[in-house]
Every structure is written in C-alpha cells, then in structure tokens.
Ligand binder design. Structure first.
Ligand code: ATP
Ligand code: AMO
Length: 434
C-alpha cells in the first residue's frame, strides 16, 4: 500500500524513498544536511556539494523548513548523524513547499503561546510532545472501550440535538430546529437511562456534550467528550466499582502502549497507574476533612457544594483518586435516587482526582411516582419529559451509572495545565474556529 520507507525503519545498505517534512537545514559550507521528519522519527540527508550533482544539491538545500519532500537514496551508517544513519540522496522531490515564514516553529526551539498553537494545530502537532498527547488520548479511549466491553456493556450513540436539558437550565445552547426550539445536548443522561430498561441493560457512550458554561477556566470546555456508563440492576456502589475499573484501565493502557509518548512528554519516571482501591469518603467526612485543613476562609456546612478551593484542599489532604458519596439530596439532580432510610441524603457520588472532579454519578430514581415528584421539586415540567418518564411505567429496573469527562481524564493523567491542550480544536467562549 505504502511504498515509502518510514525513517525509523531505514537500515544501512537499504535503498529507500522517505517522505516527510524538512525539519532542519544545516549548511556547513562544503557539506550540508537536511533532517527529514515523518511520523516515525527523523533522518539526516547528506549533501556533499563538490561531489554531487548541482541540481540535486540546489533542490535539497533550496527548500524552506517544513516543506514536504521525498528523498530517494542509499542509507549509510554514520556515527555523527543524530540517529547513526544518513541517506546519501540520488534524487529529491519537493512535494509541497512551505512558506518561509511560519506562524509557529514545529522544531520546538521557539515556544508559542497556547492561542497561537490552537490556531495552528497542524503545525503544533508536528511537535512530538504535542502529538504524544493525542496518541495517549486515543489509547485512553481504546482502553476505556475495552474495559467497558469486559464488563458486558454495549456501546450506544444517542442524539445530540434534543428538546430538553437535564443538567440545569442555564447551561444549554439553543438552536433552531425547523422553526422549533431545540438544544445541543448537555449529557446523554436520559437516553442512557432509557436503554437500561431496554434489552441492552448495560451500556456506555463516548460522545460530545455541549455546555454554555459561563466560566472561562482551565478546566471547562463548551464542547467536551463525555464517557458515560449506565447499568440495570446496579446500585451506586457497583457503579463506583466500574468507574474505578475503567479509570485504572485507561492508565494501564497508557503505561503498556505509550512509553514513547510518555518519554516525549518527559513523564516516563513520574507516570503511575493508580493502585489500591480509591478511598470512598462520605460527603460529611469530606466537608469535615476540608474544614480541618484550615484552608478555607469560611468553613463548609451541610448543603454546601465544594468550591474549587475546597476541592483543592481536600485533594491535597487525600493525595490520590477518591470518591465522595452520600451527597445532600438537594444539590443533586432529580434523576438521582435518595437513600430510602435517609431521604436528605442521596446515592449521588463524585470521583475526584486530587486536582479536580472527574466523574459524577449515582443510583437513579426508577419509581415513576417519585421521579415525577422530583421533577416538580426541581421546578421542571414533567410533561416536557414525557418521552422519558412514560418508559418508567413499562418496567424500568433499578439502575445506576456515571459520566466521566474525557478531557479531564487526559489532563489530570498528564498533568496538563489547561484542558484545551487535551482537545484538538477546543470550543470556549472566544474560540469558534478552527
Ligand atoms: P567528512 O570528511 O566526514 O565528510 P569533513 O570534516 O570533511 O567531514 P566538514 O565540512 O569539515 O566535513 O564538516 C563540518 C562538520 O560536519 C564537522 O564538525 C563534522 O564533524 C560534521 N560532519 C561531517 N559529516 C557529518 C555527517 N555525516 N553527519 C554529521 N556530522 C557530520
Ligand atoms: P456532570 O455534569 O458532573 O454529570 O458531568 C460529568 C463529568 O463531565 C465532565 N464535564 C466537563 N468537562 C469539561 N468541560 C465541561 N464544561 C464539563 N462539564 C462536565 C466532568 C464531570 O465530572 N449526567 C451526569 C452524569 C451521570 O450522573 O451519569 C453529568 O453530566 O469531568
């Protein structure tokens, strides 16, 4: 299929054609080199000016950096070459020329600001460390899919254009749908729940969610990738077990299959697969622990959500991934089931990385009357959700699930400062293209 030789596979004595980008041009007078880069690595091409055809030398050395070239020649061993081999060219083809001025320097010698990088992702991903983030992201998604299959899930896809929101009315993007009001979906929540009552029973989805977040923060996106799980006949503790399994599987996949990428990011020594069970703190224990740190100006009281400062203080105190369980019912959404014996407490849980929240989930309210009552308590019109509630009259089993932010998983795994670094083309308040 592909008749070119990848640079990493060029062996002394081979006659090859490599194709790639001109990474560097070094002209030392009588001798000059270009370094050609492809997806597998780099290789030096040698031009000895007095001994080689002038046209060949002019073509090879006349290109601008980052042009695409094809080089045909013999591979020779050369101790002084960066990879120990070099190509002595017979011909050089300029396949696509690059402008002399580049908006960012893919050799990485000159740092670029994040907005410039995001405006020029094509050039940005020519840098091995940036490319590595997206190779790791792909491995995370692969491992997560496999982990879901191991626990008997079927992958589903649900609509992204919807009639109603679920995660609080203010964060919806409205659109016009053939003259009717519609929204971009904030979460597959209601659809995945509808599928646990179907013949599928246990499902997962990896797909985009859209949130008109007001905040412009390093950990919020307006379009994010949600990794969602839902299972019939599970309670919240079983859903937490699956959550832990899936997150660990993502780390394991990266440890096993992305050593080169971790090296490109200088993370090979610090990268660790979380071991042991994630501690499970109740909400009450969590707020006590936060208050005991003395980091907050005002202590938390029952019913408070955790602020960013509180999340940080708690994360530092715990020092590893952990769950917060048994949240106050009043701050969890209508679809979360309350504890039967303590209705002021819910089965809702969050799973946290020491630096931020990664997951929300819980057991769901599957009893029709309680569900409809929950809508009313939250000021939502149950009639608008009839397509959802009515299925709870036709045999909806007890069920539980969760949603994990894909970019936050990659961001925390790699210690990225900004969530935008984990998205090729992020959407935020300022950024609508590319
Ligand atoms: P040679 O006799 O090996 O071709 P040279 O000393 O005649 O090399 P120069 O133009 O003086 O050629 O070399 C300039 C610099 O390039 C020197 O520092 C030399 O070590 C280095 N150099 C020469 N050939 C190579 C090569 N194939 N790979 C990397 N560096 C090289
Ligand atoms: P929640 O709203 O907590 O729960 O979202 C789940 C996880 O998705 C990620 N996330 C985001 N990541 C980046 N930018 C955003 N704007 C953003 N919003 C959310 C976070 C968060 O923990 N339906 C429930 C899940 C469930 O109960 O199954 C839900 O959507 O990592």
């Amino acid at each position: 299929m592909d008749e070119r030789t990848y640079t990493a596979e060029a062996e002394p004595g081979d006659d090859v054609t490599v194709k790639g980008w001109v990474h560097e041009i070094r002209d030392l007078g009588g001798i000059a080199f270009i370094i050609v880069r492809d997806t597998s690595g780099k290789i030096q091409v040698k031009f000895e000016k007095d001994e080689m055809d002038d046209d060949l030398v002019d073509t090879g050395l006349g290109v601008h950096r980052e042009s695409v070239v094809g080089v045909t020649g013999r591979v020779e061993e050369e101790g002084r070459a960066p990879t120990g081999v070099e190509i002595v060219p017979e011909s050089v083809e300029v396949i696509a020329e690059a402008d002399p001025e580049l908006p960012l320097d893919p050799s990485g010698k000159v740092d670029a600001e994040l907005p410039t990088r995001l405006d020029n992702r094509t050039l940005d991903l020519r840098k091995p460390d940036v490319k590595a983030i997206f190779e790791i992201r792909a491995e995370v998604l692969r491992s997560v899919r496999e982990a879901f299959r191991e626990v008997g899930c079927t992958e589903i896809n649900t609509p992204k254009i919807v009639a109603t929101g679920t995660e609080g009315g203010t964060e919806l993007f409205p659109i016009t749908y053939f003259g009717r009001e519609a929204f971009m979906n904030q979460s597959p929540q209601l659809f995945k729940q509808l599928m646990v009552g179907s013949g599928l029973e246990r499902v997962f989805e990896i797909g985009p969610i859209f949130r008109a977040e007001e905040h412009n923060t390093p950990r919020h996106l307006n379009e994010a990738t949600s990794i969602d799980f839902e299972s019939a006949f599970f309670d919240h503790t079983q859903a937490m077990d699956v959550c832990e399994h899936v997150v660990k599987a993502a780390y394991e996949g990266v440890a096993e299959n992305c050593q080169a990428q971790l090296e490109a990011l200088d993370l090979e020594d610090e990268f660790e697969v979380p071991d042991g069970e994630f501690p499970r703190l109740s909400y009450e224990e969590a707020i006590e622990k936060v208050n005991a740190t003395g980091e907050l100006d005002e202590p938390l009281v029952f019913g408070d959500d955790l602020s960013t400062e509180a999340e940080h203080a708690l994360g530092q105190a715990v020092g590893e991934h952990y769950f917060i369980t048994d949240w106050p019912s009043e701050i969890k959404p209508f679809y979360i089931k309350d504890h039967d014996d303590q209705p002021e407490l819910s089965t809702g849980f969050d799973m946290m990385h020491p630096s931020m929240e990664l997951v929300s989930g819980g057991q769901r309210e599957h009893r029709y009357d309680n569900l409809v009552e929950g809508f009313e308590q939250q000021g939502l019109d149950p009639e608008a959700f009839e397509y959802y509630t009515k299925m709870f009259r036709y045999g909806m089993p007890p069920h539980a699930g969760w949603g994990l932010g894909g970019e936050r998983l990659v961001m925390t795994m790699l210690g990225l400062d900004n969530i935008r670094e984990a998205v090729l083309f992020p959407r935020d308040r300022q950024r609508l293209s590319p």
